[in-house]
Design a protein around this ligand. Sequence first.
Ligand code: FES
Length: 102
Amino acid sequence: MSEIRIPVSDVKPGTAVRLDVTAGGVCLVRIEDSFYAIGDRCSHANVSLSEGQIDPDERWIECWKHGSAFSLEDGQPQSLPAVAPVPVYEVVVEGDEVVVRY
Ligand code: FES
C-alpha cells in the first residue's frame, strides 16, 4: 500500500481536490474537519468527481456530468445513471497532515 501526505491547510473545508496518485485519481474531500477519499473517476464515464458538488449533510459528492451522487463513506452511487461504486480509500489526519492510503 502507498500513501500520500498533504498539509491539512491545503484542503479548504467544503472543497475537493484531485490527487493524481492512481490511474483514475483520488478525490479527497473535506467537510469541516472530516476527510474522505474516494476514486475520482465517476463509474459512469470518465469524469472527475472532484469537480462535482459536495453535499455536506448527506456526505455525498455529485458528478457534474449526469448528476449521480456518490457516498463519500462507502463509494456507492445514490442515484442513476451510475450503478457501480467507486473505490474508497483510507484517510487519516496525523498532526497537520492528511494521509491518504491507496
Ligand atoms: S459521468 Fe458521472 S454520472 Fe455520468
